[in-house]
Design a binder for this molecule. Structure first.
Ligand SMILES: C[S@@+](CC[C@H](N)C(=O)[O-])C[C@H]1O[C@@H](n2cnc3c(N)ncnc32)[C@H](O)[C@@H]1O
Length: 267
């Protein structure tokens, strides 16, 4: 039996909950959720008699987000010890940019509690659909915005980039406040090492509800600070490639259409 289900709720409120996640929710004695979708609470209350919003009880304005993550993980573990099975239900995919899920897994292992992770529809799934892009065609590099800059991770300009958490740039503290243009200036300076100032970029907020459209802001890289007031914590940044990379391995290219080569590498 599973003590703790960790499930994703998708990004478009309620409509992207998988049947697998719904089964886990229905089988649980408590659902502790991290999602601010308009219909989420009602959806969970219809399927489980005990529902707790971790967002409401964990985040405090100006406090370190890490404190909130510790509080969330501790609350999930306490609940599992008292009334397993329980579900930790998270916005999007439960392991993509969700540190508390990893904390829950680690603490559960120490305490001998069993954990099952069920995937969910992530922001990356919705962004790919909204922008109609194929991440396999040219590849895709993904980074968390502040981590990108802290580590000075190199970007490969001929590969599209998806940058997460641009609305939280430069701070590990929680806030509901609106960003100033200044928040994005250092980020633009960093990206300018790899892209021209006029390089087109796209700030995207995939629909948080099936009846709402996506918010897609297209602008040249240098104009990002001007969009500061619109870019909230739910946005990601898609940076298209500067151009295609030419084929380097012409010897392999000469073989990929060859029946003889296919016979040689199969049996
Ligand atoms: C804490 S992470 C959680 C990601 C989530 N677990 C997932 O799988 O999508 C929050 C970040 O995910 C991205 N994100 C979440 N919802 C989004 C949406 N509707 N549209 C675009 N990006 C989104 C943003 O980069 C945001 O800052």
């Amino acid at each position: 039996m599973t003590d703790i289900h960790i499930v994703g709720l998708g990004v478009s409120s309620v409509s992207q909950v998988t049947r697998e996640a719904e089964q886990a929710i229905k089988a649980s004695n408590e659902v502790l959720y991290l999602d601010t979708g308009v219909a989420t609470r009602r959806f969970l209350e219809d399927r489980c008699e005990r529902v707790t919003s971790l967002h409401d009880i964990s985040y405090r304005e100006g406090d370190h987000r890490l404190n909130a993550y510790h509080h969330m993980a501790a609350t999930v573990i306490e609940s599992a010890l008292a009334r397993a099975p329980v579900t930790f239900a998270v916005h999007g995919h439960p392991l993509i940019a969700v540190y508390p899920s990893f904390l829950v897994c680690d603490i559960a292992t120490v305490l001998g509690l069993s954990v099952r992770v069920t995937p969910g529809v992530s922001a990356i799934d919705s962004i790919v659909a909204e922008l109609k892009i194929d991440p396999c065609a040219e590849g895709l590099q993904m980074y968390e915005a502040t981590d990108l800059m802290l580590r000075r991770r190199p970007l490969q300009a001929d590969v599209p980039a998806l940058i997460w958490q641009i609305g939280n740039l430069e701070s590990s503290l929680h806030t509901e406040r609106i960003s100033r243009p200044r928040r994005f200036e250092r980020f633009v300076d960093y990206l300018m090492q790899y892209y021209a100032l006029e390089h087109p970029v796209i700030a995207v907020y995939a629909p948080p509800h099936p009846l709402m459209p996506a918010t897609i802001l297209r602008f040249p890289l240098q104009e990002m600070p001007r969009h500061a007031e619109s870019i909230h914590a739910g946005f990601s940044l898609y940076v298209p490639a500067t151009g295609p990379r030419s084929i380097q391995d012409v010897e392999l290219l000469s073989r990929i259409d060859s029946p003889e080569h296919l016979r040689a590498i199969t049996r």
